[in-house]
Design a protein around this ligand. Sequence first.
Ligand code: AP5
Ligand code: MG
Length: 185
Amino acid sequence: MKNIVIFGAPGAGKGTQSDFIVEHYGLTHVSTGDLLRKEIADQTELGKRIKSIMDAGQLVSDDIVIEMMDKAIANDTKGMLFDGFPRTVAQAEVLDKLLAKYGRELTCMVQLEVPKDELMRRLLERAKIQGRADDNEATINNRLQEYNSKTKPVADYYAAQGKQKLIDGLGTIEDIAARIRQAIG
Ligand code: AP5
Ligand code: MG
């Protein structure tokens, strides 16, 4: 059973490539961003608490996402693709413990590498089509800052475990999907 993390900056293509990976390996896709946006759309108590944080492009607290992930792993039988999680070293350490608790282990971490100007271009393009609340230039800059200060260290965490697979995230969506399949094997 495979359990994989897809990793990269905002706009790197995590969601886009997740579709191909879950299809190819028969995994359950879990995106913390999608789960959190659903809480906001449903106007739950949690949704009301996190809306202003997400609109500002900041990370929500580790406790909130860890609780969500514990439930998601407990309910899964196929193996999982984690998209947007872990985003801090503390989350990465907890993910290892959670997987162990359910008798699993992380297979690898797939890191999409895309330069900043292309990230900005993609997200501003998506803003015109989808209108996600955090896709505007000021908030994208905050998201990139959060990524650089809090999330990038997670890459070193997986490199130290020998689980990091670096993927060139520029090119056509199909070419990148093929690179990922080759890296995962
Ligand atoms: P999240 O939803 O995870 O957003 P993100 O990391 O900012 O990334 P995106 O979803 O914007 O980009 P993506 O990498 O999925 O790229 P996509 O495939 O869409 O998180 C949102 C917020 O939730 C966070 O800011 C935080 O507040 C909170 N949060 C979530 N997880 C958390 C956690 N673990 N801890 C704490 N807080 C958390 O592609 C982007 C665009 O580019 C699309 O339009 C796509 O069509 C296009 N595109 C994709 N590939 C290509 C290509 N090869 N060429 C051209 N265009 C492409
Ligand atoms: Mg996404």
